[in-house]
Write a protein that binds this ligand. Structure first.
Ligand code: AGP
Length: 608
């Protein structure tokens, strides 16, 4: 969602901030802004729309100040206006604040400040922060004390960075339930909500924890934890990040690039883990809890969006392979449910970004239950990766397009290995599945090699307004994910359904204007899916089937067929989803949409 970059040093801060904001563009935003401080001289630039709208003005008018902060805003409180863009300021424009997250008690704080004579220029929740700092500065001896006093008043989730003309040699930062990382340089320091914004400058980072307040100069980083009221010795870690993966190369956009990275994602997710020659699955991230896992008799999976659908696939895989009951919940629902939760239940969070607010809240909810908290996360060093007891990285590499593609592929690949690991070699499926995982990258490539044919088919469907995606067994969550891909980037109505549900309602929608994407790959349930397709055809609904190579008969039943290579039932959803990603992608491109940055959406949803 929103993005933050900060810099203190002797280089022109504007360049570092602009580059950083560009690197954060993928997260989704609707306005951008920068504040620069050169001694007591300040400059602020804010614009609606893309960062490149800001570049020219900043380059023309900004000085070479070495203290700077920048922000990309995704509107929550107040519309998309220049006044609501960050940085937000106090009344005399001497304090500048950028903020990610939501300040839940902002109207109460605003009333209090208005009562004290403060006037507000924006509709944002953020504006209370610089005003509050100003309010406390009148009573307290230092900026740090005023900053901390303001933070003590604020309820909600935040990463906040502040600078002031009164302290032109210092960056102030704070974090609560929203990521913030300090980049450590030589006589310069950086701040960012996502390491990708600063990784070209330094690989040395300090991840701030909840309630941490950092006071940063170009040579020092001082961290104080507000909750524990103690100074922290910051731990400097080395970023493990492949820069080239975050670049576009020859692809027209990140979404296509990331779809085409599916074979590499499967390879990385299985490398050194599913070893066919030794007939083992070694998940280093789970080794420390293998003993505990033996006593787990129920797993609750929490996640959102695509990660939730990966969890629904895992439910089938873990239950059948490891014989452990699994329940999958949207983290946003889990957080407000009262349900019995015994110590023998493990909570498993799935997240590409590792920063999804609802999923983080789910992990926090069970913090005191004494249960095992596991994570399947793609972003290395992210909040979820750090707050879980153990877990497995997806290793799909950075995913920049808002619509998740290769991360789903990697998540299901990892979750299948988790199921095998829990199975510990007991099932007859163990060896064949490890072998199949090793063959899967080549099979994914076969699908990608058909991209042109899928494009031709997709373009024929691009003028429909509605789509139904149906599947059975793991094909059901795959259908949900296919429908989500169409919704996100095409802005068309698409629904995912279990094929068996058709007669219970959705069939009423079917006519010649309502096509169905039917997942009909080889399975013991295929004949039942054929019956569903017949019912749809009888109502003149166009049917595009996804079938297993060699199934010629299905052509008689359907308007169009796309084939995937034969694979195990457990690995089918991985291949099925790649086809649906391409299908959604080509529809969206035909409709002229910005596939990397679909309207109204952000890459990682860091507020509730
Ligand atoms: C997927 O295409 C979406 N962008 C979205 O549903 C996403 O999967 C969801 O917000 C969860 O994100 P996470 O995996 O980073 O936690």
């Amino acid at each position: 969602m929103c993005g933050i970059v900060g810099y203190i040093g002797s280089k022109p801060g504007k360049d570092i901030i602009l580059r950083g904001l560009e690197a954060l563009e993928y997260r989704g935003y609707d306005s951008a802004g920068i504040a620069l401080l050169d001694g007591e001289k300040s400059q602020v630039f804010k614009r609606i729309g893309r960062v490149n709208g800001l570049v020219q003005e900043v380059e023309d008018k900004a000085g070479n100040a070495g203290l700077a902060i920048g922000h990309t805003r995704w509107a929550t409180h107040g519309g998309v206006t220049v006044a609501n863009a960050h940085p937000q300021m106090n009344s005399d424009h001497s304090i500048f604040v950028v903020h990610n997250g939501i300040i839940e008690n902002f109207s109460e704080l605003r009333q209090k400040l208005e009562g004290a004579g403060y006037q507000f220029e924006s509709e944002t929740d953020t504006e209370v922060v610089p005003q509050l700092i100003d309010y406390y500065l009148k009573q307290l001896p230092s900026f740090t004390a005023a900053f901390e006093a303001a933070l003590n008043d604020v309820r909600g989730a935040y990463s906040i960075v502040a600078i002031s003309t009164r302290e032109p040699e210092t960056l102030y930062a704070a974090r609560l339930s929203s990521p913030l990382v300090i980049g450590v340089g030589e006589h310069e320091n950086f701040l960012a909500s996502d390491p990708s914004a600063i990784m070209e400058h330094t690989k040395k980072v300090i991840y701030l924890e909840d309630y941490d307040v950092a006071v940063i100069t170009k040579d020092t980083v001082d961290v104080h934890n507000l909750k524990e009221d103690k100074h922290i010795s910051p731990k400097v870690e080395l970023l493990d990040y492949e820069n080239k993966q975050a670049l576009l190369g020859d692809y027209p956009n990140f979404m296509l690039k990331e779809i085409f990275e599916a074979p590499a994602a499967i390879r990385s997710a299985t490398l050194g883990r599913a070893v066919a020659e030794q007939n083992v699955v070694k998940l280093g991230g789970l080794e420390s809890v293998l003993g505990q896992l033996k006593y787990i008799d129920r797993i609750v999976i929490v996640a959102m969006g695509t990660s939730y659908y990966a969890g629904l696939v895992a439910e089938y895989l873990i239950e059948s392979l490891a014989d452990i009951p699994v329940e999958v919940q949207l983290a946003s629902e889990f957080n407000y449910r009262e349900e019995p939760f015994s110590r023998s239940t493990a909570l498993l969070a799935i997240s590409q970004s590792g920063e999804t607010a609802d999923t983080i809240a789910a992990l926090k909810k069970v913090e005191d239950y004494g249960v095992l908290r596991l994570g399947i996360v793609n972003a290395v060093g992210s909040t979820i990766a750090r707050m879980t007891d153990a877990g497995v990285y997806c290793h799909a590499g950075p995913e920049k397009a808002v619509a998740s593609t290769k991360a789903f592929v990697a998540q299901v690949t990892v979750l299948l290995q988790v199921a095998l690991c829990l199975n510990d070699g007991r099932s007859k499926r163990f060896k064949p599945l490890i072998e199949e995982l090793n063959k899967l990258p080549a099979k994914a490539q076969v699908i990608l090699d058909q991209a042109d044919a899928i494009k031709t088919i997709a373009e024929n469907y691009a003028d429909y307004r509605d789509f139904l995606f149906i599947g059975r067994h793991t094909g059901f969550p795959a259908a949900l994910e296919g429908a989500l891909k169409v919704k996100e980037i095409s802005y068309l109505h698409a629904e995912g359904y279990a094929a068996g549900e058709m007669k219970h309602g959705p069939l009423a929608m079917i006519d010649e204007h309502f096509p169905t994407f039917a997942i009909a790959t080889d399975s013991p349930l295929l004949e039942k899916t054929y019956s569903n397709i017949q019912e749809i055809k009888a109502r003149k609904g166009p049917v595009l089937a996804l079938a297993t190579e060699g199934n010629e008969a299905i052509k008689e039943l359907c308007s169009d067929v796309i084939y995937i290579p034969d694979t195990a039932p457990e690995t089918q959803p991985i291949l099925q989803v790649i086809v649906m990603q391409l299908f959604a992608y080509y529809i969206a491109i035909k409709r002229g949409n910005d596939v990397d940055r679909p309207r109204n959406l952000a890459k990682s949803v860091t507020v509730e």
